[in-house]
Design a protein around this ligand. Structure first.
Ligand SMILES: [Zn+2]
Ligand SMILES: [Zn+2]
Length: 346
């Protein structure tokens, strides 16, 4: 079979590999869709400390069960499934408290296990152990189901930032994650959603699809000023930074309303993780700053339901569908910001 394998930073190859064989507690799937995201481009360029090469990449996975280990119950060939990306251990103190996104023993598809940029893939028992293999609801395509994983992360972020009815929400970053944030905020009853990006082309592409109440280009306009004007001087109830930008995080504090919430959704580069915060702004204005680290198995299930019910449409966010042979082109398209979601159909 064909796979996309990470060997070293800058050295990612499409190559032949033997079909993997599932262990007695594993399930083997025929991958039907695996979406790409910014993380794949980061891995391509810089590698990742959790990836020991060679490793098949891809973590936004949907496919069809083709073989079931002898000890596995509840699954059969032909089942349509979505696979979680981040796998909690299910046993530690955090997992026992239901905080699976911050499990310190977390492992991941495409990092510790071979991922979905392949014709076939083994879903390891670690996934099944934490109920991380999900049935795709009728009417949801494989490509749409592959977007459940990033949507699950967005859902976790908005739960933590308590996005709800009547909120004015600012989303900074108009990539696929930013688009999902806009859509989910609407589904949760946000009053108005404003989308911000530095790149005018990318902003226009996203705004055409997700129709924010205002699209603000940071290269042309003072973003804080624009948000304060749009919110009658209050600031936004929630500001979500879906961009690897310390400047965006610092700006977020200047445009958040009293008792507002700030989600540092996107992480910062490892060598530049420090931002400056006026602690008195947080204190007197009673702000809440929250992080967001991936998603739990339960978030993935809920994300599939949000897609199935039409509450969060994702089909139109998939702007490119490419065969596995073109996966390296897909990374280029993602890196240049020319697409919203690029889905590989191996
Ligand atoms: Zn991803
Ligand atoms: Zn755990």
């Amino acid at each position: 079979m064909k796979v996309l394998t990470f060997h070293a930073p800058g050295d990612v190859r499409i190559e032949d590999a033997p079909e993997p064989a599932p262990g007695p507690a594993d399930v083997k799937i025929r991958v039907r869709a695996c979406s790409t995201c910014g993380t794949d481009v980061k891995i391509y360029n810089h590698g990742h400390h959790h990836i020991v090469p060679p490793r098949v990449m891809g973590h936004e996975i949907a496919g069809e069960v083709v073989e079931v280990g002898a000890d596995v119950t509840g699954w059969a060939p032909g089942d349509r499934v979505q696979v979680i990306a981040a796998i909690p251990c299910g046993r530690c103190g955090e997992c026992r408290r239901g905080r699976m996104t911050v499990c310190p023993n977390q492992v991941s598809m495409g990092y510790h296990f071979d991922g979905g940029f392949a014709e076939y893939m083994v879903v390891p028992h670690n996934v099944l152990d934490v109920d991380g293999l999900n049935r795709i609801p009728d009417g949801v395509s494989y490509a749409e189901a592959s977007v459940a994983e990033p949507l699950a992360c967005v859902l976790n972020g908005q739960n933590l930032a308590r996005v709800g009815a009547g909120d004015d929400v600012v989303v900074v970053g108009s990539g696929p994650i930013g688009c999902l944030h806009v859509r989910l905020a609407r589904a949760r009853g946000a009053a108005r959603v404003f989308l911000v990006d530095l790149n005018r082309e990318r902003l226009d592409l996203a705004a055409d699809l997700v129709r924010p109440d205002a699209a603000i280009c940071g290269a042309e306009t003072d973003v804080v000023d624009a948000v304060m004007k749009l919110t009658e001087g209050r600031g936004a109830d929630v500001v979500i930074t879906a961009a690897a930008s310390g400047a965006a995080q610092e700006q977020a504090l200047q445009m958040t309303a009293r008792q507002g919430r700030i989600s540092f959704f996107g992480g910062l580069p490892k060598d530049k993780p420090v931002v400056s915060v006026d602690s008195n702004v947080v204190h007197y204005r009673e702000l809440t700053i929250v992080g967001a680290n991936g998603s739990s198995p339960a978030h993935n299930k809920e994300a599939l339901q949000l897609i199935a019910s039409g509450a969060v449409p994702v089909a139109d966010l998939i702007t490119h569908r490419l065969p596995l042979a073109d996966a390296l082109d897909a990374f280029g398209i993602v890196a240049r910001g020319e697409a919203i979601k690029v889905t590989i159909e191996p």
